[in-house]
Each structure stands twice: as structure tokens, then as C-alpha cells.
Design a protein around this ligand. Structure first.
Ligand code: SAH
Ligand code: SF4
Length: 387
């Protein structure tokens, strides 16, 4: 008997919609699409402006809502395009109001984004730039997921659209909106996808579109030195550096990228960051790992390293994940560390851990889009066996 069984009554695969999804595209791409379906060249610019505004200011989900577009053109748009959003595979809301979305961009490509309320009086959306990560920082859950691929600009923009849909914050211009800030602190290393991050920000920051000011965008990097300056020039975004250790030996142990771009080069790139000033400081993220990087002498090293740089320090209590050997430092230790850094003149708030009940906190993001590394599987199996 053959081992293959033919299932006669298996459901037919869902028909693929051949129409192009417009939501997430930038102005240039929308213009090219309009040309493709035969819009008169001299009207393309005007139509692009209208449609861009409907999509990103009003968040429309149907062409019929585009009231300044005549019926015949609406029908033409409907025939060639959709205003569909990608599927939300999972949506979780934490007791503290944090919302986590698992979004399927295409089959096998799933990304997470997290909306955190009460950040800078309003709220911030933490977006992903890659599925998985090529880097292997030892304390990070995403680092255990191999890179599946870079996200496209459209897929980055779509994360913002989905959050705004879910929060009911259309039109974009409404007062009291909560989604005012974007941080690239989700899955992946944004500076290994700089071009797409730049393109996505052109749409996200467009005042006629999603209207988020460039000063309210923060790009966090583990320290891809050659990309730091160009990213700043291209995006005018705020820079955050995942520092986590202030000496090369320790940093190379916990963040292998430090072997390629050691602290001296990283700090020089920070000093040279475009637009750096006391009102536009660099944020240095520092995850508190018990017994690893949390002692007073580590704080002293950090203070010395930051000398002369307009900086603030974000102390992040380590968020555990299945299979990790690290533990979070005690609150007492974190407070002592924070007091020392503060006394040296650098604001060093201890970040509140948000959304832990839904596994949405920093460094906990990871989708199942790829096979895990064998070493992690072994560790997880060991942890499970130990009960
Ligand atoms: N790849 C970029 C963007 C991800 S940002 C970067 O590394 O900067 C995510 C932030 O959370 C980084 O500062 C990262 O170092 C930190 N992080 C990673 N794992 C963590 C964990 N388990 N607990 C707390 N913070 C963590
Ligand atoms: Fe990648 Fe950032 Fe995690 Fe390091 S901390 S593995 S760079 S996502």
C-alpha cells in the first residue's frame, strides 16, 4: 500500500486574490500602481495624494468611503486593488493595558508588535524590523530565533495600521490619540534593514498620513556601527543603543556583535550621531542581569564610558524566558546602580516591566516562524524534564 493517502474531500485552497493590497505602500508605490491601472499620467499625482490621505489619515477599509473620488474611478480601484490588512493571528491584552499582536504577513512570516500605554504621557508602539535576528545576544529570546527574513517597508507600516485599527484611532488627526510614539524595539536588528526602515518612516511620519513626528521615533540598535550615522541622516530618528555592558570583555560575551564593533568605535559613532544635543540625547539601554553586569563597579565603568555624550540610561529589569540561565538583578541592586548613574548626572529610570503576563516584555518577543537552534531545544527539553 502506498504511504500517501489521497483525501478526496479535502477543502480546496482559498483562492488567492490577484488584486494588489494598497495599504502599507508609500506615495511612490501608490503612484506606480495607479499608472499601471491606466490612470491618466497628469492626474496620477493628485489621485495619489487623495488616496494616500484616505488610507493613512482616515484609515478607510472600503473604496466607497473615498467620497472625493468619483464612482467610476472607485469601481476601477476596487477591481485592481484591496484595502485589506494582514491577518491578526493572535491579539492579547495584558492586565496593565499592554496589547500584543501576532501578525501573519504572509505564510510562514509572523511578526509581533506591542502597544504600550502610558509612555511619554500617551503610548508607544514597539515594532519589529525583521522576523528573527541574525545576532545572538545571550539574554534575548528573539536571538534564539534565526533570521527568517527582513520585513519590507510595507510590513513595517502595517504594524502601525493594525494597532491604530485596534485602538480605534482614526482619523489620525484626532486629539487625545494614544499611539503617538514608535520604537523599533521589537524583533530584529533595524540597522540590518536600514533601507526598509527608512522607507517605512517616510510613510509613518508623513504629515498627510499617519502623522507621527520624527522626534517621536526611536530606533534601537545593538551597535551596527557603520549604519548608525547614515540611519540618523536618513530618518532623523532618536537613537537608542543596547549597551548592557561597559567593558569589551563582558560585552563581547553577552553580545557577540561587540567583537566586530567594539565599544571604542560604538561610542565614537554615538558622539558623531547627527543632531545630537542635550535636548536630543541618546538612550543607552542596560538590561540588569544578576551577578553579571549589575555591580557598583559596572556602574562606575558605565559613567566613565558615557562621559561627554548627551545621554540617558534606561535600566531594564531582565525579563526571563523559557530556557534562559539568566536571572534579573534584585530591586535593591538595581536601585543602587540607578542612584550611582543618576548622581553622575545621567537620568537613569528603571523601566517598568509591561505586559509580562502576555509575554510581551522587552526581549521576550519571538514568533514560531522558524526552527529553533538545537542548543535552545536541548535547554528547553532539560527545563521541561526538570519540571
Ligand atoms: N535589535 C535591536 C532592537 C531590539 S530592542 C537591539 O538589540 O537594540 C529590544 C531591547 O530589549 C534591546 O535593548 C535588548 O537588548 C533588550 N532585551 C533583549 N532581551 C531582553 C530581556 N530578556 N529582558 C530585558 N530586555 C531585553
Ligand atoms: Fe537581536 Fe536585539 Fe535580541 Fe540582540 S537584543 S538578539 S540584536 S533583537
Amino acid at each position: 500500500m502506498s504511504s500517501t493517502t489521497l483525501i478526496d474531500n479535502a477543502p480546496a485552497p482559498a483562492p488567492v486574490d490577484p488584486r494588489v493590497a494598497l495599504v502599507g505602500l508609500g506615495r511612490k508605490e501608490i503612484a506606480a500602481e495607479l499608472e499601471r491601472i491606466g490612470i491618466e499620467p497628469k492626474k496620477v499625482r493628485m489621485r495619489t495624494k487623495q488616496i494616500f490621505h484616505w488610507i493613512y489619515n482616515y484609515g478607510v477599509t472600503s473604496f466607497d468611503q473615498m467620497t472625493n473620488v468619483g464612482k467610476p474611478l472607485r469601481a476601477k480601484l476596487e477591481a485592481g486593488f484591496t484595502l485589506d490588512r494582514p491577518e491578526i493571528v493572535e491579539r492579547l491584552i495584558s492586565v496593565d493595558g499592554t496589547r500584543k499582536y501576532l501578525i501573519r504577513m504572509s505564510p510562514g512570516v509572523e511578526v509581533e508588535s506591542v502597544f504600550i500605554p502610558d509612555v511619554s504621557k500617551t503610548g508607544a508602539l514597539c515594532v519589529s524590523s525583521q522576523v528573527g535576528c541574525t545576532l545572538t545576544c545571550t539574554f534575548c529570546h528573539t536571538g534564539t530565533q534565526r533570521l527568517v527574513r527582513n520585513l519590507t517597508a510595507r510590513e513595517i507600516v502595517l504594524q502601525v495600521i493594525i494597532a491604530r485599527d485596534d485602538l480605534g484611532e482614526w482619523p489620525t488627526t484626532q486629539e487625545n490619540r494614544k499611539l503617538t510614539n514608535i520604537v523599533f524595539m521589537g524583533m530584529g536588528e533595524p540597522l540590518y534593514n536600514t533601507e526598509k526602515v527608512g522607507d517605512a518612516l517616510d510613510t509613518i511620519c508623513d504629515p498627510e498620513g499617519l502623522g507621527i513626528g520624527r522626534r517621536r521615533i526611536t530606533v534601537s540598535t545593538s551597535g551596527v556601527v557603520p549604519e548608525i550615522g547614515p540611519m540618523g541622516e536618513r530618518t532623523s530618528a532618536q537613537l537608542a543603543i543596547s549597551l548592557h555592558a561597559a567593558n569589551d570583555e563582558l560585552r563581547s560575551q553577552i553580545m557577540p556583535i561587540n567583537k566586530k564593533y567594539p565599544l571604542k568605535e560604538l561610542m565614537q559613532a554615538c558622539r558623531d550621531y547627527p543632531g545630537l544635543s542635550n535636548s536630543r540625547r541618546i538612550t543607552f539601554e542596560y538590561v540588569m542581569l544578576k551577578g553579571i553586569n549589575d555591580q557598583p563597579w559596572h556602574a562606575k565603568q558605565l559613567i566613565k564610558l558615557l562621559r561627554g555624550i548627551p545621554a540617558k540610561v534606561n535600566l531594564i529589569p531582565f525579563n526571563p524566558w523559557p530556557g534562559t540561565d539568566y536571572e534579573c538583578s534584585d530591586m535593591e541592586t538595581i536601585k543602587t546602580f540607578s542612584d550611582m548613574v543618576n548622581a553622575a548626572g545621567y537620568a537613569s529610570p528603571i523601566r517598568k516591566t509591561r505586559g509580562q503576563d502576555i509575554f510581551a516584555a522587552c526581549g521576550q518577543l519571538k514568533s514560531d516562524s522558524e526552527k529553533k537552534r538545537a542548543s535552545v531545544l536541548r535547554k528547553e527539553a532539560k527545563a521541561a524534564a526538570a519540571g
